[in-house]
Design a protein around this ligand. Structure first.
Ligand code: UN1
Length: 520
């Protein structure tokens, strides 16, 4: 029997109006697959192009609204999110299986982002710059980029979209948002809160449900027609490469937030219990499906055995089960992630050691102390793979799921080399009580984010977030830094001399005495 929480079919919203879809898809609860969270009508490439047209048309008037007033809209959105915090978090938990405490944290991240940008509406500073000539003044202004396509993943179905949408709107841009196809209900709720809370005019924030192929086709056509001026994309490195290439062909640089193979180094003097706690949270929170999730623990050989013993014990004791309960780990986000994760499990080799069970939690492959009915959902055992080597696939590639590797090192330079070897560069962590080691690691690691005595996850909403290498193209989200993604600098030179003053040619020179020498 299926229980249905929502009876209406949700759909794309273009220029403020719902749009008929082509196929209706069910969104189910990954913790109880028989429970339908909602139904969504998928659009196609035409839906995307229509949304881009609406965004492009609405942008001119949205940009005319003074930035402080747009900042007020962001303030109201933040309050409305706060007032709906529990309801939105419950939807996150129901639709993608994120444990409720984490889901509340995720919703809080939207509020934090709004808190930051509501003030930016009264700043959005430019500069006054001196001219090399008299009676002339130079200025810089931030101007909006235009219509922005935002394409996001469903592991952070509301926090990560807000990192793009809040600053983009604040800076005077309009939006076409294509959320993950497996989190439509929570996406529709987010969209409605934003439109209502901000009093956003029609066309300012458009929502498109479509599959990856149709989205790409729609994006391509929109770019060809000059309807999209900027792309923000969060997802896999493979798709990010395609999106970046498409943007590049249209002389645009996309804001890309891609995969990670995030290392966590443990030095001989580290507080091992703290390191275990950090590894547990970043390895298995969101069932290992964050872009900041821990990939490999790089532990000094002298503390390897002790660390592994404590970690194995902690993993065995961790609470796993119904994400509505107080658990460390719930189910996989969606069937397709479960299927892909099973392939990663094949990367475990005979030279590896795994302490506990692996694979799907079932009646025959049970987990002690499981909270709820494991067979009803997409639940997997948390896996720690010891004896990983630097040329293992498991060491080199992202494994989106509850699996972490353990490798040893002998000196810090080697640990840094191992941390950088997979070629991603999103997040990283070091557990040490020696400041020299912390600084040497920070200096040597190629990641965009470094944690010292904290896990690889847990970025705050006003610090630059983003990666290098296979994790992105160097773009940064959050805080003032993201404004460079959603605005362009316009320089103004204002001449009030009443004559043509030619730069570099009509400048006056003083007469320096270059021959003067002391004592001569
Ligand atoms: C992501 O997985 O795409 O630091 C973002 C963290 C979260 C954001 C992760 N605040 O893990």
């Amino acid at each position: 029997m299926t229980a249905q929480l929502e009876s209406t079919v949700i759909s794309s919203v273009v220029a403020g109006k719902p749009v008929d879809g082509h196929s209706v898809v069910r969104s189910t609860n990954p913790a109880r697959l028989s429970e339908v969270v909602g139904e969504v009508a998928f659009g196609d490439a035409d839906t995307f192009v229509a949304a881009a047209e609406a965004a492009k048309t609405a942008q001119r008037d949205w940009a005319k609204i003074p930035a402080p007033i747009r900042g007020r809209a962001i303030a109201h959105i933040g309050r409305l999110v706060e007032d709906n915090k529990e309801a939105l978090a419950r939807l996150v938990t129901a639709e993608i299986g994120k444990p409720y405490a984490e889901a509340l944290g995720e919703v809080q991240e939207i509020v934090d982002t709004c808190d930051f940008f509501l003030g930016e509406g009264r700043r959005l500073y430019g500069q006054t710059v001196p001219s090399e000539m008299p009676d002339k003044q130079l200025f810089t202004h931030r101007v909006p980029v235009g219509a922005v396509a935002v394409i996001t993943a469903g592991n952070f179905p509301v926090a990560v979209p807000s990192w793009y949408i809040v600053p983009a709107l604040l800076a005077g841009n309009t939006i076409v948002w294509k959320p993950a196809d497996y989190s439509p209900v929570v996406s529709a709720a987010f969209h409605e809160i934003f439109v209502r809370g901000g009093g956003l005019p029609d066309g300012v924030f458009n929502l498109v449900f479509s599959d990856g192929e149709q989205t790409f086709a729609g994006l391509q056509r929109s770019l060809e027609q000059g309807l999209i001026d900027k792309i923000g994309f969060t997802g896999s490195s493979a798709v990010g490469r395609e999106v970046g290439a498409l943007a590049g062909r249209h002389l645009q640089n996309a804001c890309l937030e891609l995969g990670g193979k995030n290392p966590l180094v443990i030095t001989p003097n580290a507080d091992l219990d703290l390191a275990v706690e950090g590894a547990l949270f970043s390895g298995f929170g969101t069932a290992g499906q964050r872009c900041t999730s821990l990939g490999t623990v790089i532990v000094h050989e002298s503390v390897h055995d002790e660390f592994l013993a404590r970690l194995t014990k902690a993993v065995a004791a961790a609470k796993i089960g119904d994400p509505a309960d107080d658990v460390l780990m719930g189910p996989m986000l969606d069937q397709k992630f479960a299927d892909r994760y099973e392939e990663y499990l094949d990367w475990i080799q005979p030279h590896h050691t795994v302490a506990g069970p692996t694979g799907r939690i079932t009646a025959d492959n049970a987990r002690d102390g499981f909270l709820g009915d494991a067979t009803a959902g997409l639940f997997y055992h948390p896996v720690v793979v010891d004896g990983v080597q630097a040329d293992d696939q498991l060491f080199l590639e992202e494994t989106f799921g509850p699996i972490i590797g353990v490798i040893t090192y002998t000196d810090l330079d080697q640990a840094i080399e191992l941390a950088n070897k997979p070629g991603y560069g999103l997040s990283s962590a070091i557990y040490t009580t020696d400041p020299q080691e912390a600084f040497r690691f920070r200096n040597g690691v190629g990641a965009g984010m470094v944690s010292i005595n904290n896990s690889t996850s847990g970025a705050e909403a006003h610090l630059p977030f983003g990666g290098n290498g296979k994790s992105g193209n160097g773009s940064r989200q959050s805080g003032v830094w993201v404004l460079d993604q959603f605005t362009r600098w316009q320089s103004v030179n204002w001449d009030y001399s009443g004559r043509l003053q030619k730069a570099q040619m009509d400048t006056v020179e003083l007469t320096p005495d270059r021959d003067f020498r002391l004592g001569s």
